[in-house]
Design a protein. Structure first.
Length: 144
């Protein structure tokens, strides 16, 4: 994961998502990657990359999966490889599916709130201000 280059207004390439954004969504996206079926590390990384999230390094992914295993959200199983070494597969537990559902719902609320805020740029400089709101929160802000 790399920092996005400052000063560019266009959409960052997948490799350029800001690191703090990736930290915020990685856990949710990893749970989502395991939703359909058990998977192993390389396949999870490949799915996240196909989704446009860029390349996630194993040093980032495996500690997250270990935390989820400790939390009871993920179960592991070693499976023999057909033409190489075995692989450690990760699968969502019932608790993991519940965590995914809760996080998905919370993320939806958070992104809706954020998008609403970002879309509300307020009055343009030089234009008349909008009349003050009569909500209690707006009155408190105006009193400060």
């Amino acid at each position: 994961m790399q920092e996005h280059q400052a000063g560019h207004d266009d959409e960052p390439p997948a490799e350029g998502w800001p690191t703090d954004w990736m930290r915020a969504v990685l856990g949710l996206c990893v749970l989502r990657a395991l939703e359909a079926a058990p998977s192993y590390g390389y396949a999870i990384v490949a799915e996240l990359e196909r989704a446009g999230l860029g390349t996630v390094k194993g040093g980032t992914l495996y500690p997250l999966l270990t935390r989820y295993e400790s939390a009871g959200w993920v179960a592991t199983e070693w499976k023999a490889g057909t033409s190489g070494p075995g692989r450690k597969y990760f699968s969502l537990t019932a608790a993991g599916r519940a965590a995914l559902a809760g996080q998905r719902s919370a993320w939806d609320r958070f992104t809706s709130t954020t998008l609403s805020h970002l879309g509300d740029s307020g009055p343009n400089p030089g234009s008349p201000a909008e009349p003050p709101s009569t909500s209690p929160a707006a009155r408190k802000r105006a009193e400060r």
